[in-house]
Design a binder for this molecule. Structure first.
Ligand code: PLP
Length: 400
Protein backbone atom coordinates (compact mmCIF):
# COMPACT_ATOMS: atom_id res chain seq x y z
CA UNK A 1 0.00 0.00 0.00
CA UNK A 2 1.30 3.39 -0.90
CA UNK A 3 0.80 5.05 2.46
CA UNK A 4 4.55 5.59 2.47
CA UNK A 5 5.74 8.91 1.32
CA UNK A 6 6.74 8.59 -2.31
CA UNK A 7 9.07 11.41 -3.14
CA UNK A 8 8.10 12.89 -6.45
CA UNK A 9 10.03 15.36 -8.48
CA UNK A 10 6.95 17.54 -8.62
CA UNK A 11 7.31 20.57 -6.45
CA UNK A 12 3.76 21.79 -6.98
CA UNK A 13 2.24 22.99 -3.74
CA UNK A 14 -0.56 21.19 -1.92
CA UNK A 15 -3.79 22.28 -3.52
CA UNK A 16 -7.34 21.42 -2.53
CA UNK A 17 -8.71 22.39 -5.94
CA UNK A 18 -6.07 20.26 -7.69
CA UNK A 19 -7.20 17.19 -5.73
CA UNK A 20 -10.84 18.00 -6.47
CA UNK A 21 -10.07 18.38 -10.19
CA UNK A 22 -8.25 15.05 -10.33
CA UNK A 23 -11.27 13.34 -8.78
CA UNK A 24 -13.67 15.01 -11.19
CA UNK A 25 -11.64 14.00 -14.23
CA UNK A 26 -11.45 10.35 -13.19
CA UNK A 27 -15.17 10.19 -12.37
CA UNK A 28 -16.07 11.70 -15.70
CA UNK A 29 -13.72 9.48 -17.71
CA UNK A 30 -15.02 6.35 -15.96
CA UNK A 31 -18.74 7.32 -15.91
CA UNK A 32 -18.88 6.95 -12.16
CA UNK A 33 -21.46 8.98 -10.19
CA UNK A 34 -20.03 11.37 -7.58
CA UNK A 35 -21.77 9.56 -4.69
CA UNK A 36 -19.74 7.37 -2.36
CA UNK A 37 -21.26 4.08 -3.46
CA UNK A 38 -24.60 3.49 -5.12
CA UNK A 39 -26.06 0.28 -6.47
CA UNK A 40 -26.44 -0.61 -10.15
CA UNK A 41 -29.49 -2.56 -11.35
CA UNK A 42 -28.97 -3.26 -15.03
CA UNK A 43 -29.47 -7.02 -15.12
CA UNK A 44 -32.32 -9.36 -14.16
CA UNK A 45 -33.28 -7.46 -10.98
CA UNK A 46 -36.75 -6.36 -12.08
CA UNK A 47 -37.46 -9.71 -13.72
CA UNK A 48 -36.61 -11.78 -10.64
CA UNK A 49 -38.33 -9.48 -8.15
CA UNK A 50 -41.47 -9.51 -10.32
CA UNK A 51 -41.27 -13.29 -10.59
CA UNK A 52 -40.98 -13.46 -6.81
CA UNK A 53 -44.08 -11.32 -6.30
CA UNK A 54 -46.02 -13.33 -8.87
CA UNK A 55 -45.31 -16.58 -7.05
CA UNK A 56 -46.59 -15.04 -3.81
CA UNK A 57 -43.51 -16.30 -1.93
CA UNK A 58 -42.04 -12.99 -0.80
CA UNK A 59 -41.20 -13.78 2.81
CA UNK A 60 -38.73 -16.08 4.51
CA UNK A 61 -39.40 -19.20 2.47
CA UNK A 62 -38.89 -19.49 -1.26
CA UNK A 63 -36.77 -20.67 -4.13
CA UNK A 64 -34.72 -17.48 -4.50
CA UNK A 65 -33.25 -17.86 -0.99
CA UNK A 66 -31.99 -21.35 -1.86
CA UNK A 67 -30.70 -20.13 -5.21
CA UNK A 68 -28.99 -17.09 -3.65
CA UNK A 69 -27.27 -19.25 -1.05
CA UNK A 70 -26.13 -21.72 -3.71
CA UNK A 71 -24.74 -18.87 -5.85
CA UNK A 72 -22.88 -17.42 -2.85
CA UNK A 73 -21.43 -20.79 -2.00
CA UNK A 74 -20.32 -21.27 -5.59
CA UNK A 75 -18.81 -17.79 -5.91
CA UNK A 76 -16.89 -17.81 -2.61
CA UNK A 77 -16.05 -21.51 -2.59
CA UNK A 78 -17.53 -21.85 0.91
CA UNK A 79 -19.27 -25.16 1.52
CA UNK A 80 -22.39 -23.48 2.89
CA UNK A 81 -23.80 -19.95 2.80
CA UNK A 82 -26.75 -18.98 5.00
CA UNK A 83 -28.56 -15.78 4.02
CA UNK A 84 -29.91 -13.50 6.75
CA UNK A 85 -31.58 -10.09 7.11
CA UNK A 86 -28.42 -8.00 7.31
CA UNK A 87 -24.70 -8.14 7.95
CA UNK A 88 -25.05 -7.09 11.58
CA UNK A 89 -27.43 -9.98 12.29
CA UNK A 90 -25.00 -12.26 10.48
CA UNK A 91 -22.19 -11.11 12.78
CA UNK A 92 -24.34 -11.61 15.86
CA UNK A 93 -25.23 -15.15 14.83
CA UNK A 94 -21.65 -15.91 13.79
CA UNK A 95 -20.27 -14.85 17.17
CA UNK A 96 -22.89 -16.99 18.93
CA UNK A 97 -21.98 -19.97 16.79
CA UNK A 98 -18.28 -19.37 17.43
CA UNK A 99 -19.06 -19.75 21.15
CA UNK A 100 -18.90 -16.13 22.32
CA UNK A 101 -20.61 -15.93 25.70
CA UNK A 102 -21.79 -13.35 28.17
CA UNK A 103 -18.85 -11.52 29.78
CA UNK A 104 -16.27 -12.78 27.26
CA UNK A 105 -14.00 -10.28 25.55
CA UNK A 106 -13.75 -10.22 21.77
CA UNK A 107 -10.86 -8.53 19.96
CA UNK A 108 -12.19 -6.06 17.42
CA UNK A 109 -10.38 -3.41 15.37
CA UNK A 110 -10.92 0.15 16.62
CA UNK A 111 -11.04 1.16 12.97
CA UNK A 112 -14.27 -0.42 11.77
CA UNK A 113 -17.94 0.25 11.20
CA UNK A 114 -19.87 0.21 14.49
CA UNK A 115 -21.72 -3.03 13.63
CA UNK A 116 -18.59 -5.08 14.39
CA UNK A 117 -18.54 -3.89 18.00
CA UNK A 118 -22.33 -3.87 18.37
CA UNK A 119 -22.59 -7.54 17.42
CA UNK A 120 -20.16 -8.36 20.24
CA UNK A 121 -22.34 -6.38 22.66
CA UNK A 122 -25.48 -8.22 21.51
CA UNK A 123 -23.83 -11.40 22.82
CA UNK A 124 -23.36 -9.79 26.23
CA UNK A 125 -19.62 -9.77 25.51
CA UNK A 126 -17.18 -6.84 25.65
CA UNK A 127 -15.32 -5.52 22.62
CA UNK A 128 -11.59 -5.18 23.21
CA UNK A 129 -10.10 -2.80 20.67
CA UNK A 130 -6.97 -3.52 18.69
CA UNK A 131 -4.81 -1.44 16.37
CA UNK A 132 -4.53 -1.42 12.60
CA UNK A 133 -1.65 -1.89 10.23
CA UNK A 134 -0.62 0.78 7.72
CA UNK A 135 -0.26 -1.84 5.01
CA UNK A 136 -3.86 -3.15 5.10
CA UNK A 137 -5.80 -0.66 7.29
CA UNK A 138 -6.95 -3.83 9.06
CA UNK A 139 -5.87 -5.60 12.21
CA UNK A 140 -2.09 -5.83 12.73
CA UNK A 141 -1.26 -9.46 13.68
CA UNK A 142 2.31 -8.73 14.86
CA UNK A 143 1.25 -5.91 17.14
CA UNK A 144 -1.63 -8.04 18.45
CA UNK A 145 0.74 -10.90 19.23
CA UNK A 146 3.08 -8.63 21.23
CA UNK A 147 0.10 -7.19 23.08
CA UNK A 148 -1.44 -10.56 23.96
CA UNK A 149 1.94 -11.75 25.15
CA UNK A 150 1.93 -8.96 27.76
CA UNK A 151 -1.78 -8.99 28.55
CA UNK A 152 -2.94 -12.56 28.62
CA UNK A 153 -2.46 -15.60 30.82
CA UNK A 154 -2.91 -18.84 28.93
CA UNK A 155 -4.85 -21.36 31.01
CA UNK A 156 -6.65 -24.62 30.31
CA UNK A 157 -9.72 -22.41 29.80
CA UNK A 158 -7.99 -20.39 27.11
CA UNK A 159 -6.68 -16.82 27.17
CA UNK A 160 -7.52 -14.79 30.26
CA UNK A 161 -7.07 -11.01 30.30
CA UNK A 162 -4.83 -10.37 33.34
CA UNK A 163 -6.34 -6.95 33.93
CA UNK A 164 -10.03 -7.83 33.74
CA UNK A 165 -10.00 -11.54 34.56
CA UNK A 166 -12.24 -12.17 31.58
CA UNK A 167 -11.81 -14.80 28.92
CA UNK A 168 -10.73 -13.46 25.53
CA UNK A 169 -12.72 -15.73 23.28
CA UNK A 170 -12.46 -14.54 19.72
CA UNK A 171 -11.01 -12.07 17.26
CA UNK A 172 -12.90 -10.35 14.44
CA UNK A 173 -10.63 -9.15 11.63
CA UNK A 174 -12.38 -6.76 9.26
CA UNK A 175 -11.23 -6.34 5.67
CA UNK A 176 -11.33 -2.56 5.50
CA UNK A 177 -12.80 -1.14 2.27
CA UNK A 178 -12.31 -4.61 0.74
CA UNK A 179 -8.54 -4.87 1.37
CA UNK A 180 -7.70 -8.23 2.97
CA UNK A 181 -6.07 -8.41 6.39
CA UNK A 182 -2.85 -10.46 6.61
CA UNK A 183 -4.59 -13.63 7.76
CA UNK A 184 -1.79 -16.23 7.95
CA UNK A 185 0.04 -14.59 10.88
CA UNK A 186 -3.31 -13.85 12.49
CA UNK A 187 -4.29 -17.53 12.29
CA UNK A 188 -1.04 -18.36 14.10
CA UNK A 189 -1.94 -15.92 16.85
CA UNK A 190 -5.38 -17.53 17.08
CA UNK A 191 -3.90 -21.00 17.43
CA UNK A 192 -1.42 -19.86 20.06
CA UNK A 193 -3.99 -17.98 22.18
CA UNK A 194 -6.96 -20.29 21.55
CA UNK A 195 -9.03 -17.62 19.86
CA UNK A 196 -11.88 -18.27 17.48
CA UNK A 197 -11.62 -16.16 14.34
CA UNK A 198 -14.83 -14.68 12.91
CA UNK A 199 -14.09 -12.67 9.78
CA UNK A 200 -16.12 -9.55 9.24
CA UNK A 201 -15.98 -9.75 5.46
CA UNK A 202 -18.97 -7.40 5.15
CA UNK A 203 -16.97 -5.17 2.80
CA UNK A 204 -15.00 -7.82 0.97
CA UNK A 205 -17.26 -9.91 -1.27
CA UNK A 206 -14.96 -10.56 -4.22
CA UNK A 207 -11.73 -10.04 -2.22
CA UNK A 208 -9.17 -12.81 -1.88
CA UNK A 209 -6.34 -13.54 0.51
CA UNK A 210 -3.63 -15.56 -1.24
CA UNK A 211 -6.21 -16.79 -3.74
CA UNK A 212 -8.89 -17.86 -1.26
CA UNK A 213 -12.07 -15.85 -0.78
CA UNK A 214 -12.20 -13.73 2.38
CA UNK A 215 -14.67 -14.92 4.99
CA UNK A 216 -13.50 -18.53 4.63
CA UNK A 217 -10.56 -18.56 7.04
CA UNK A 218 -12.26 -19.02 10.41
CA UNK A 219 -15.02 -21.47 11.22
CA UNK A 220 -17.50 -18.81 10.19
CA UNK A 221 -17.30 -15.56 8.22
CA UNK A 222 -19.80 -12.87 7.41
CA UNK A 223 -20.82 -10.85 4.32
CA UNK A 224 -23.18 -7.86 3.96
CA UNK A 225 -25.49 -6.92 1.08
CA UNK A 226 -26.51 -3.52 2.37
CA UNK A 227 -27.38 -0.91 -0.23
CA UNK A 228 -23.87 0.55 -0.23
CA UNK A 229 -21.95 -2.71 -0.59
CA UNK A 230 -20.56 -4.29 -3.77
CA UNK A 231 -23.86 -6.06 -4.45
CA UNK A 232 -27.10 -5.45 -2.60
CA UNK A 233 -30.27 -7.25 -1.61
CA UNK A 234 -31.73 -4.01 -0.27
CA UNK A 235 -30.68 -5.18 3.17
CA UNK A 236 -29.06 -8.51 3.76
CA UNK A 237 -26.12 -10.54 4.92
CA UNK A 238 -24.86 -14.08 5.08
CA UNK A 239 -22.71 -16.47 7.04
CA UNK A 240 -20.10 -18.63 5.33
CA UNK A 241 -19.13 -22.07 6.61
CA UNK A 242 -16.79 -24.89 5.65
CA UNK A 243 -18.69 -27.19 8.00
CA UNK A 244 -22.16 -28.31 6.82
CA UNK A 245 -23.23 -29.06 10.37
CA UNK A 246 -22.54 -25.48 11.53
CA UNK A 247 -24.33 -24.21 8.44
CA UNK A 248 -27.41 -26.21 9.40
CA UNK A 249 -27.20 -24.82 12.93
CA UNK A 250 -27.04 -21.27 11.59
CA UNK A 251 -30.07 -21.88 9.38
CA UNK A 252 -31.95 -23.35 12.33
CA UNK A 253 -31.05 -20.48 14.68
CA UNK A 254 -31.97 -17.89 12.04
CA UNK A 255 -35.39 -19.56 11.61
CA UNK A 256 -36.51 -19.16 15.26
CA UNK A 257 -35.02 -22.61 15.94
CA UNK A 258 -38.27 -24.15 14.80
CA UNK A 259 -38.16 -27.90 14.51
CA UNK A 260 -39.54 -28.89 11.13
CA UNK A 261 -43.02 -30.34 11.37
CA UNK A 262 -46.13 -30.23 9.21
CA UNK A 263 -48.26 -28.37 11.74
CA UNK A 264 -46.66 -28.21 15.16
CA UNK A 265 -44.83 -25.15 16.56
CA UNK A 266 -41.89 -26.49 18.50
CA UNK A 267 -38.65 -24.57 19.07
CA UNK A 268 -35.67 -26.26 20.72
CA UNK A 269 -33.47 -23.19 21.37
CA UNK A 270 -33.77 -19.43 21.69
CA UNK A 271 -33.61 -18.69 18.00
CA UNK A 272 -33.73 -15.51 15.96
CA UNK A 273 -35.97 -14.22 13.21
CA UNK A 274 -32.98 -13.50 10.98
CA UNK A 275 -33.77 -15.30 7.71
CA UNK A 276 -33.49 -13.32 4.52
CA UNK A 277 -36.86 -12.81 2.79
CA UNK A 278 -37.28 -14.33 -0.65
CA UNK A 279 -37.96 -10.88 -2.13
CA UNK A 280 -34.51 -9.68 -1.09
CA UNK A 281 -32.90 -12.89 -2.31
CA UNK A 282 -34.50 -12.39 -5.74
CA UNK A 283 -32.70 -9.06 -6.02
CA UNK A 284 -29.52 -10.73 -4.78
CA UNK A 285 -29.60 -13.46 -7.43
CA UNK A 286 -29.73 -10.84 -10.17
CA UNK A 287 -26.94 -8.83 -8.53
CA UNK A 288 -24.66 -11.86 -8.14
CA UNK A 289 -25.00 -12.65 -11.84
CA UNK A 290 -23.31 -9.30 -12.45
CA UNK A 291 -20.70 -9.52 -9.70
CA UNK A 292 -17.76 -10.51 -11.95
CA UNK A 293 -18.53 -7.57 -14.23
CA UNK A 294 -18.90 -5.20 -11.26
CA UNK A 295 -15.54 -6.33 -9.89
CA UNK A 296 -13.85 -5.79 -13.23
CA UNK A 297 -15.15 -2.23 -13.44
CA UNK A 298 -14.26 -1.48 -9.84
CA UNK A 299 -10.71 -2.63 -10.50
CA UNK A 300 -10.55 -0.40 -13.57
CA UNK A 301 -11.66 2.60 -11.50
CA UNK A 302 -9.03 1.85 -8.84
CA UNK A 303 -6.38 1.61 -11.57
CA UNK A 304 -7.41 5.04 -12.85
CA UNK A 305 -7.32 6.58 -9.40
CA UNK A 306 -3.90 5.05 -8.70
CA UNK A 307 -2.47 6.61 -11.84
CA UNK A 308 -4.17 9.95 -11.36
CA UNK A 309 -2.95 10.42 -7.80
CA UNK A 310 0.66 9.48 -8.56
CA UNK A 311 1.34 13.07 -9.53
CA UNK A 312 -0.59 14.85 -6.81
CA UNK A 313 1.28 16.55 -4.00
CA UNK A 314 0.25 15.67 -0.46
CA UNK A 315 -1.99 12.65 -1.02
CA UNK A 316 -1.54 9.00 -1.97
CA UNK A 317 -3.98 6.45 -3.28
CA UNK A 318 -4.55 3.63 -0.77
CA UNK A 319 -3.40 0.49 -2.54
CA UNK A 320 -3.76 -3.22 -1.72
CA UNK A 321 -1.04 -5.29 -0.07
CA UNK A 322 0.59 -7.85 -2.36
CA UNK A 323 -0.88 -10.90 -0.57
CA UNK A 324 -4.42 -9.73 -1.25
CA UNK A 325 -6.75 -9.11 -4.15
CA UNK A 326 -9.15 -6.36 -3.21
CA UNK A 327 -12.68 -5.96 -4.53
CA UNK A 328 -12.01 -2.19 -4.40
CA UNK A 329 -15.30 -1.66 -2.58
CA UNK A 330 -14.46 1.83 -1.35
CA UNK A 331 -11.46 3.67 -2.69
CA UNK A 332 -9.53 5.91 -0.35
CA UNK A 333 -6.80 8.48 -0.45
CA UNK A 334 -4.54 9.28 2.47
CA UNK A 335 -3.06 12.68 3.21
CA UNK A 336 0.64 12.96 3.93
CA UNK A 337 1.14 13.50 7.66
CA UNK A 338 2.11 17.13 7.24
CA UNK A 339 -1.22 17.87 5.52
CA UNK A 340 -3.44 16.01 8.01
CA UNK A 341 -4.61 19.38 9.31
CA UNK A 342 -6.08 20.18 5.89
CA UNK A 343 -8.45 17.21 5.88
CA UNK A 344 -11.65 19.05 6.80
CA UNK A 345 -10.92 21.82 4.35
CA UNK A 346 -10.59 19.18 1.65
CA UNK A 347 -13.80 17.39 2.68
CA UNK A 348 -15.67 20.70 2.78
CA UNK A 349 -14.49 21.76 -0.65
CA UNK A 350 -15.19 18.46 -2.37
CA UNK A 351 -18.64 18.00 -0.84
CA UNK A 352 -19.48 21.59 -1.78
CA UNK A 353 -18.43 20.69 -5.33
CA UNK A 354 -20.92 17.82 -5.32
CA UNK A 355 -18.30 15.11 -4.96
CA UNK A 356 -19.23 12.96 -2.01
CA UNK A 357 -16.16 12.21 0.08
CA UNK A 358 -16.11 11.05 3.69
CA UNK A 359 -13.67 10.69 6.56
CA UNK A 360 -13.20 7.19 7.89
CA UNK A 361 -15.48 6.05 10.76
CA UNK A 362 -14.93 7.62 14.17
CA UNK A 363 -12.83 5.04 16.03
CA UNK A 364 -14.83 2.72 18.26
CA UNK A 365 -13.18 3.74 21.54
CA UNK A 366 -14.30 7.35 20.97
CA UNK A 367 -17.99 6.38 20.84
CA UNK A 368 -19.72 6.98 24.19
CA UNK A 369 -20.91 3.41 24.71
CA UNK A 370 -17.47 1.94 24.00
CA UNK A 371 -15.18 4.50 25.63
CA UNK A 372 -14.69 2.34 28.72
CA UNK A 373 -13.80 -0.86 26.88
CA UNK A 374 -10.37 -2.45 27.13
CA UNK A 375 -7.97 -1.49 24.36
CA UNK A 376 -4.37 -1.68 23.32
CA UNK A 377 -2.28 1.23 22.06
CA UNK A 378 -4.20 2.47 19.02
CA UNK A 379 -1.67 4.91 17.61
CA UNK A 380 -1.83 3.65 14.02
CA UNK A 381 -5.64 3.68 13.87
CA UNK A 382 -5.62 7.13 15.48
CA UNK A 383 -3.17 8.38 12.89
CA UNK A 384 -5.13 6.82 10.00
CA UNK A 385 -8.33 8.38 11.34
CA UNK A 386 -6.92 11.87 10.80
CA UNK A 387 -5.71 11.25 7.24
CA UNK A 388 -8.00 8.83 5.38
CA UNK A 389 -10.63 10.07 2.97
CA UNK A 390 -13.04 7.81 1.05
CA UNK A 391 -13.74 8.85 -2.51
CA UNK A 392 -16.54 7.92 -4.96
CA UNK A 393 -16.40 4.22 -5.80
CA UNK A 394 -19.59 3.03 -7.50
CA UNK A 395 -19.53 0.58 -10.37
CA UNK A 396 -18.88 2.44 -13.61
CA UNK A 397 -21.98 3.03 -15.74
CA UNK A 398 -19.93 2.56 -18.85
CA UNK A 399 -20.24 -0.80 -20.59
CA UNK A 400 -17.11 -2.84 -20.03
C1 PLP B 1 -21.72 -2.97 6.27
C2 PLP B 1 -20.94 -3.49 7.39
C3 PLP B 1 -21.49 -4.31 8.38
C4 PLP B 1 -22.94 -4.56 8.59
O1 PLP B 1 -23.69 -4.83 7.56
P1 PLP B 1 -25.25 -4.41 7.50
O2 PLP B 1 -25.70 -5.30 6.42
O3 PLP B 1 -25.29 -2.96 7.17
O4 PLP B 1 -25.86 -4.74 8.82
C5 PLP B 1 -20.65 -4.87 9.33
N1 PLP B 1 -19.35 -4.59 9.35
C6 PLP B 1 -18.78 -3.79 8.45
C7 PLP B 1 -17.34 -3.53 8.54
C8 PLP B 1 -19.55 -3.19 7.45
O5 PLP B 1 -18.97 -2.36 6.58
Amino acid sequence: MSTKQVSTTSSTPFSVSRISDVLKTVLQDCSVPPTLHQPLFDGNELKYVTECIETGWVSSVGAFVDRFEAMLSEFTGARRAVAVVNGTAALHLALKIAGVQHNDEVLVPALTFVATANAVSYCGAIPHFVDSSYSTLGLDPEKLERYLNETVTLTSEGSINRHTGRRIRAVVPMHTFGHPVDLDPLLEVCARYQLEMVEDAAESLGSYYKGRHTGRFGRVGVLSFNGNKVVTTGGGGCLLFEDEELGRLAKHLSTTARVSHRWEFFHDMIGFNYRMPNLNAALGCAQLENLPRFLERKRALADRYRMAFQEVTGVSFVDQADFGTSNWWLNAIILDSKYAGRRNELLDAMNRDGIVTRPVWTLMHRLPMYSGCPRMDLSVAEDLETRLINIPSSVSRKLA
